[in-house]
Design a protein around this ligand. Structure first.
Ligand code: DGJ
Length: 731
């Protein structure tokens, strides 16, 4: 077992292939966090705490005589509010009506084989036949009340991943109130760390940013009800010297698609605490006697081998142990989506024409985007009316799907089930189904309001509508969109309930409906979307194997978005399409070839009117589709290497994929700037066998030459020229 408990020293040691994680129960029953980092032995490392009287750091409970013992600077495993620890905390709770305060002490623990699961929430699982996965459950209890906290740990030994979640139990006879219930906290003794996080905006998600942690509190969070375009629930803490190839880095990925909060405090003794979980902004949760509250899971990983290794480990774990879709290892259909081709202005004839071209080029699927239902000719009306607009389409959905299928293409369709326009039959019939604060005009966004997913009737309606759409034709794929943030928080269906619970109930409702759809339609390929990548998080990947990565379809801006996304998420999850030029978001013109190279970084497709392609572009598209069909396994499942950073290298961006057995690789590079009299541009590969011989573009190299020397990129012949080659081991 990867989890050991030493009875004598009361030390827990969790071992993975590249890390050790340690906790200790001390003589007062406090659960201390004593280590997470490079693999070490089972020693009790609590001596490193070196207790001292640091002044203005008091004592908790009965510990009155020892002024060197303070929760205010001891490294704790699950920091709570109210026990003389003035740093940021994970849990702020107590009897309803009382001042929230807790003093948690160790009660018991249990170690078992296999991985725990979490009711109604995404969680990693042990893959079939994966035996090296264990669960540790530690029970803590408040020193005064029958309030229990179960700390759950999943240890994936070979995958080098540890998961955490906390379950808060009210075993009192009176109600309890949670004001903050985070998934974890973790303390570092005195490392000087940098924070890497991924900020952004609509049409510019997951931009890489690295900054030193300075004294005080740093926060990365969303209060928007979705994990958001602006911040991502994945951060890395790393040593100052960490690079792609070396240095200690710790990844923290929250499996949650709603409002979240990561806080990092660099404190008076230069210690660092990280806390993360559901956003406690507006959060209040009532826990009746006998009830429990389950926090979302966090995935932790540590490696001493830099960001590349950190990402590769997470990619593997998410492919094998998080994504459940039967599509996860399959070739994702190369598709054409009609959104940027037609927007709302289409009928069956236009779609069939696009589909004809798609079939001719060798694509696999046509996706019918927004505008096929209700009175939906623009974004002002029709959301919520999930019946096909035959007047507009000119035929039924089934007829359309049949025509598409006859061409040898799959048929996919867009939905946005969480939303409603006020100008819709649904809103006219059920105005009480939206989130809306009584007596106030609701805040609008894209002319739509948010359905109240804490309302059981709404959940039932969503399930029925989605089943009806999928059953009405041969729908093999749905793109699940969401085009505004969750606002106007008030649920008329739950007037007695604390409104501070609504945001979390919303996420639970969303997960419930998605689970229902996947259970009812097990072979369905579901793509996530939230105005592009507003809900690109690990929680969502439990339900969907891919997400439309951004509404920005410009190949050059996508370089940065894909780069940032790749730190925490597998490339197969990245939906990326070739679109028209001048680009609809920024007006940039990029060669057709380069648009293909950039879109070949994930689940590939087109988003333009294929009937308008020139013969030359059609030939290029055929070549792109052939390349994708031949290499999808590498693109979707090979080890992805970021070879340059688009945030640092403004001349070109390069990346590669390497097969697990290192016999094949793909090198891709895009020139992002032009110069007169340019210097040679050399790219070093990674992850090959140094002694093997490889052939690339007609030249034979040793692996060592490719990795230590690199390849010289051909001189760009035009703006944004690109390079995509296959590298094969020949000996
Ligand atoms: C936002 C999505 O990201 C787009 O791809 C498209 O589906 C539109 N919504 C449709 O309204």
């Amino acid at each position: 077992m990867a989890v050991k408990f030493n009875e004598e020293t009361k030390t827990f040691t969790l071992q993975t292939s590249k890390s050790t994680y340690k906790m200790k129960v001390d003589s007062y029953g406090m659960l201390l966090h004593t280590y997470y980092g490079f693999p070490t032995d089972e020693s009790d490392l609590s001596y490193l705490i070196a207790p001292d009287d640091h002044g203005f750091s008091g004592q908790v409970g009965e510990i009155i005589d020892d002024r060197t013992y303070s929760m205010d600077y001891f490294p704790l495993e699950y920091a709570v509010h109210g026990n003389s620890d003035f740093r940021i905390s994970a849990l702020r709770a107590g009897k309803k009506g009382d001042v929230p305060a807790l003093d948690l002490r160790y009660v018991s623990h249990e170690i078992r084989q296999g991985k725990y699961s979490l009711p109604g929430l995404p969680a990693l699982f042990a893959a079939p036949g994966e035996e090296d996965v264990s669960t540790l459950e530690i029970t803590l209890k408040d020193a005064y009340e029958e309030i229990y906290v179960k700390l759950l740990y999943g240890v994936f030994e070979k995958k080098n991943v540890i998961t955490r979640s906390a379950v808060i139990e009210n075993r009192m006879e009176v109600p309890m109130e949670l004001h903050r219930a985070m998934s974890m906290s973790l303390d570092y003794l005195d490392e000087e760390l940098d924070l890497v996080h991924f900020y952004g905006k609509h049409v510019g998600e997951r931009q890489f940013e690295r900054r030193p942690l300075t004294h005080g509190i740093t926060e990365i969070a969303s209060v928007r009800g979705n994990s958001s375009h602006q911040h991502n629930p994945f951060v890395i803490l790393c040593e100052k010297n960490a690079t792609e190839d070396q240095g200690g880095c710790w990844g923290y990925s929250l499996l949650y698609s709603g409002s979240f909060r990561f806080r990092v405090e660099y404190d008076q003794l230069d210690s660092t605490r990280i806390v993360c979980g559901i956003s406690d902004n507006e959060f209040v949760w009532d826990l009746a006697p006998g009830e429990s509250f389950v926090t979302p899971e966090v995935v932790l990983t540590y490696t001493s081998e830099g960001f590349s290794d950190l990402s590769a480990g997470l990619h593997r774990a998410y492919m094998d142990n998080l994504i459940r879709s039967p599509w996860k290892y399959k070739k994702r259909p190369a598709l054409v989506n009609n959104w940027e081709a037609t927007y709302f202005d289409f009928n069956a004839l236009k779609l069939v024409t696009i589909a004809n071209h798609a079939a001719d080029l060798g694509l696999d699927m046509l996706v019918l985007d927004d505008g096929w239902f209700g009175k939906r000719d623009n974004d002002k009306a029709g959301l919520g009316d999930w019946y096909v607009n035959e007047r507009k389409l000119g035929c039924s959905l089934q007829d359309l799907a049949t025509q598409i299928n006859r061409m040898g293409l799959m048929f996919g369709i867009w939905v946005e089930p969480e939303m409603v326009n006020q100008d819709s039959d649904l809103y006219r019939k059920h105005p009480e189904w939206v989130l809306e604060i009584p007596g106030r005009m609701p805040n609008q966004a894209r002319n739509q309001l948010v359905l109240d997913l804490s309302n059981r009737e709404v959940i039932a309606f969503m399930k029925e509508s989605l089943d009806a759409i999928i059953d009405s034709a041969n729908v093999e794929y749905i793109k699940w969109d969401m085009n505004r943030c969750v606002d106007n928080i008030y649920s008329t269906a739950n007037p007695g309930l604390s409104q501070g619970a609504i945001r979390h109930l919303y996420v639970l409702g969303l997960y419930e409906v998605q689970e229902h759809v996947l259970t009812r339609h097990p072979n369905l390929l579901m793509e996530g979307c939230n105005g592009g990548g507003g809900r690109f998080d690990a929680g969502m990947l439990y339900y969907v194997p891919q997400v439309w990565c951004s509404d920005n379809t410009d190949a050059i801006e996508r370089l940065r978005i894909h780069y940032g996304t790749s730190f925490g998420y597998p490339m197969s999850a990245v939906g990326a399409h070739v679109s028209a030029c001048p680009n609809h978001q920024n007006g940039r013109v990029v060669p057709f070839k380069t648009r293909g190279v950039c879109a070949m970084q994930g689940s590939f497709g087109y988003e333009l009117d294929l009937s308008k392609l020139t013969e030359e572009e059609k030939a290029e598209a055929r070549e792109q589709i052939r390349f994708y069909n031949e290499n999808y396994d590498l693109i979707q499942q090979g080890t992805y290497y970021r070879l340059t950073s688009p945030f640092e290298n403004h001349d070109y961006t390069a990346w590669s994929y390497v097969a697990p057995d290192q016999t094949r690789a793909i090198l891709a590079a895009v020139h992002t700037d032009l110069h007169g009299n340019p210097k040679p541009r050399r790219v070093k590969l990674k992850g090959l066998q140094k002694d093997a011989l490889y052939e690339a573009d007609g030249t034979v190299y040793t692996g060592a030459a490719l990795m230590q020397g690199g390849v010289v990129l051909p001189k760009p012949e035009c703006n944004y020229d690109s390079y995509l080659i296959c590298i094969r081991k020949i000996r």
